[in-house]
Ligand binder design. Sequence first.
Ligand SMILES: [Zn+2]
Ligand SMILES: [Zn+2]
Length: 263
Amino acid sequence: MLGETLRAWTATLSWPMVVAGLLVQNLVVFGLALAGGALVVRLFRGRRVTAPPPPLERREVALAACTIVLNTAVTVVGFWLWQRGTVRFRDDLGLYAWLDVPVILLAMDLAMYVLHRVAHVGGLYGWLHRPHHRYDRPRPLTLFVLAPHETLAFGALWLVVISVYPASWLGMSIYLALNVAFGVVGHVGVEPLPRAWVRLPVLRHVATSTFHAQHHADPRFNFGFYTVLWDRLLGTLDPRYERAFGTSIEAAPSVDAAGSTGA
Ligand SMILES: [Zn+2]
Ligand SMILES: [Zn+2]
């Protein structure tokens, strides 16, 4: 019902209006991510897990701007697929709608883990993933500092997932919000969670700021995004993760060299 009403309303909009609206939506998400990240950095500045980032480079700003434009393009394609009925969202709000959140999170986590490991192999690393790893002292903006083709690869993965799995509006929206939140937390360079986190049942499997900061410091480990499950199961969890939780580890001597052997 909600989906049909939305589809009928959006069908009356011109394409320039749709593109402008989705660009604004992406800019709002970007602004909220940076503001939320800045707040976390400020609140937990006494608990750094990486050295403070160096002054901002023009290149970072250019790559982040490019990511926003490309994310908007992916959103426009997603909108078009939804308008023509290839992508469908369910209207239910009950248990199954909520269950979509862990289902999508775990499926995307596994798919992104695999893609992330592949992105660290040999020549592919330099072509696809090195621009993100130039920054071993991340700041919230680093979440958006990606090679254009890497942004498109993640976008394509998401479009495939929503094309084959008819998620609920509720589950899909919560997943997207969590996706940004996890991305920001992974790049704040401070650890907001208590040290006991890594000993708590269930929660110890949820990815943290320390987890992704360690990946930037030593790209041989920690390829997951939302959980540490796949790294634990497949033997790529940094052996220092629990011991060094909430503290800074030495960056690998050469991030590029470590990256090229990272798989
Ligand atoms: Zn990162
Ligand atoms: Zn990586």
